[in-house]
Design a protein around this ligand. Structure first.
Ligand code: FAD
Length: 320
């Protein structure tokens, strides 16, 4: 057998939507391979397994030591699954769990690995994977050739699978996890800061950068954002200085936003910031420096002092 194995991801009783995206990709690949199976690993996860079985055949591995994710526990369970399923490719989400587990598996199975993949095709022992690189500016084609299973982490955000007409079977695989080989000890989940506003789902984001100079000037940005029905985001220096919570940070180490309108106020346009906002519908940049890189991604640019322009615009909007 040489099929596709999807590793379902779940936490605190909830399945990650990425699982169904992997299943959709797995179905497309399974047309040319020997079927698709999803591994559900955990303890007391029958309900999750049933949910996954609405989309794909499930191999269920349960053990008290799999209650919480650990790389060693999951790797031991997947070694058992591998013996029964013999996959040609293992698909994991490119999530913090996926990119922790995938290299561990690849090292143990001596398998080739490609991470953060946006497209994949497989023909026998050959595979072609596509991954975006250099802040998504280029797509790299990665050719793989191996008799071993390919280990692939897939970037979330793809199309999710539709349920099957009737649920697929669930097969139980028994495992005895060695507690001395878990590789990590689960302590607790740290919840993110409670956030007042979800900038990722807003239609209009007005972001402040270091160009606003002082924390008190955030009030200007907030007033402008309110006037146009938007929410306030920020570049990293502002969240580092704790002028705004981390949940408002746009960029590589913050949130990716795709609002209809993004207004960058006093933001230089470093690639780490741009990677989080470049897909906005319309981008307006306000910056005193006409050579600032933010103007390269902006649809409309104002070479202006944001501390003068925003109050003037708000005045106009209020007067209108
Ligand atoms: C691993 C890593 C991850 C990172 N992740 C992120 C991230 O997620 N998000 C992020 O934003 N950054 C991130 N950064 C930091 C990033 O590289 C930049 O340092 C940061 O984006 C710069 O923020 P800024 O544009 O606000 O400040 P600056 O680069 O200092 O730019 C300030 C801009 O304001 C303009 N300006 C000054 N005064 C005015 C005025 N009165 N009116 C109008 N314009 C004015 C200036 O011309 C300048 O262009 C990351 C860096 C690293 C190394």
């Amino acid at each position: 057998m040489e099929g596709v194995l999807v590793v379902a991801e779940h936490r605190e009783g909830r399945l990650s939507p990425a699982t169904f995206e992997l299943i959709a990709l797995g179905r497309a690949l399974a047309v040319r391979t020997d079927g698709l199976r999803a591994a559900v690993l955990g303890s007391g996860v029958e309900r999750i397994a049933s949910h996954v079985a609405e989309h794909a055949e499930v191999v269920l591995v349960q053990d008290p030591l799999l209650r919480e994710y650990t790389p060693g526990g999951y790797a031991q369970a997947l070694a058992v699954v591998r013996r029964s399923v013999d996959p040609k490719v293992v698909l994991l989400p490119h999530s913090s769990q996926g990119f922790d587990l995938a290299p561990a598996l690849a090292a143990e199975w001596e398998s080739p690995i490609v991470t953060n993949v946006v497209g994949l095709s497989i023909e026998g022992d050959q595979a072609l994977a596509y991954r975006k690189i250099l802040n998504d500016k280029l797509v790299a084609e990665v050719e793989l050739s191996s008799e071993k299973p390919f280990i692939i982490t897939v970037r979330p955000g793809g199309k999710a699978s539709d349920p099957l007409p009737s649920p697929a079977p669930i097969t139980n695989a028994s495992v005895s996890i060695d507690a001395s080989k878990l590789g990590a000890r689960f302590v607790r989940y740290e919840k993110p800061q409670v956030q007042d506003i979800d900038i990722a789902s807003a239609d209009i984001v007005v972001s402040a950068g270091r160009g606003i100079k002082e924390k008190k000037n955030l009030a200007l940005v907030e007033e402008f954002a309110r006037a146009i029905g938007g929410v306030v985001g920020a570049s990293r220096p502002l969240t580092d200085m704790e002028w705004l919570p981390k949940t408002r940070q746009v960029g590589q180490s913050g949130k990716t936003v795709r609002p209809k309108l993004y207004v960058a106020c006093g933001i230089s346009g470093a690639m780490q910031h741009v990677s989080g906002m470049k897909d906005a519908g319309t981008i307006i940049a306000i910056n005193t420096d006409p050579t600032a890189p933010i103007f390269e991604v902006a649809h409309y640019g104002f070479t202006a002092n944001v501390l003068e322009l925003l109050p003037a615009v708000v005045k106009e909007l209020k007067g209108a």
